[in-house]
Ligand binder design. Sequence first.
Ligand code: URP
Ligand code: ZN
Ligand code: ZN
Ligand code: ZN
Length: 463
Amino acid sequence: MKAYDMVIKNGIIVTATDVYKADIGIKNEKIIEIAKEIDSNSAGNVIDATDKYVFPGAIDVHTHLDMPFGGTVSSDNFETGTVAAAYGGTTTIIDFALQSKGESLKKALEIWHNKAQGKAFIDYGFHIAITDMNDEILDEMKELIKEGYPSFKLFMTYEGLRVNDDVLLKALLLAKEEGGLICVHAENFYIIDYLVKKFIREGKTHPKFHALSRPTIAEWEAVSRAVKIAQFANAPLYIVHLSCMEALKEVTYARNRGLPIMAETCPQYLLLSEERYEEEGFNGAKYVMSPPLRSSEHLQALWEGLKCGQLQVVSTDHCPFFLKGQKDLGKDSFDKIPNGAPGIELRLALLFSYGVMTKRITLQQFVEIISTNPAKIFGLYPQKGTIAIGSDADLVIFDPSIERRVTKELLHENVDYTPYEGFRITGLPVATIVRGEVVIKDGKLVGQKGYGKFLKRKNLMVV
Ligand code: URP
Ligand code: ZN
Ligand code: ZN
Ligand code: ZN
């Protein structure tokens, strides 16, 4: 019997704090040794990582796989979506189980467990998106926090999904008491509703009016309100997909006063600007997402926010819809275009190329933003989110010398476009390892469907 199932030799290990050269010994899904030199003969499988970085497996805490939305269903399921994620270096996702009106949270979880069961190539957990609150749901929240589902999302906008401030307050008070975390999609419903109806009345139906109907003040107001309600409740709060500098200022101001407010942004808000809505014909629909893309000054501010630690996470909000057959439900009017865009596969490559290579963030910050902070905030640390003895052997071997131009054909997402077409990238994962099993190696899928395991989460941390 070999001492190690696998040894990774000669890689440059990067954690949220350190960069150093060492070998990693893996046994029974875990990292059991990190040493200057581990004897290859004592390993069943040896991977040479010379001149490559070894990152902790990346964690994407915001994905929508197989989700009914906008009159259709997001086009990646737990098979195709987790394969694309693995190609990109993501070893864990946290997806959203969406409560239907009148149904229990447990019912939502049952549905999402069925969607994922036997399909995932990487590990997964669930947040629960609450759309219909009452006293029984509050009791359920309490129970589910203890059972490994400690995070909940509330929508402050979207007809049919949104909740009012009373629900937000109740949820925050409960989460505070029971050790849960409330995440919010923060946009002001009434501003948006007013503008959407106004534009349609005026015959302004092109995709660009999606963005014009969701100005930054709608996000700013809702973020500001959510932060203040959280402050009143003395509860931690996590803002999802933050897109503009006014909202960032609210978060920064709160954090500077020591409040437990956290926020994520996404690659699309760092790298794509509102000019995209002017692309010819109906192509602007590719970028119809909420919040929408912003002007370039906002992109700049978000990079600054990452650098300064005011934004703690970059997730993808992967919510793909085919341009042909799904986005075109809104051919005649922007408000019928399903909201969302693909991105699960390129998060690491984009953030490395446009963050690390350009020196906007350090290598250690990169790891913190894509893996360590998500693990800490959402209750997976130190099982995941770092390279340490006793942690799951979730590892990405990343070759910083690879150069590519992004095309849809390069990717494995089940959708007919990528918003990043033509982007130059430097650095790609060459191996993705989940609990000691290789899932992707040299551009080939070698993992097993159904290997990905459901993760119960607990002990959330404020970062
Ligand atoms: O447009 C978006 N972001 N679609 C996904 C659902 C959500 O709001 O996160
Ligand atoms: Zn959202
Ligand atoms: Zn700064
Ligand atoms: Zn989302």
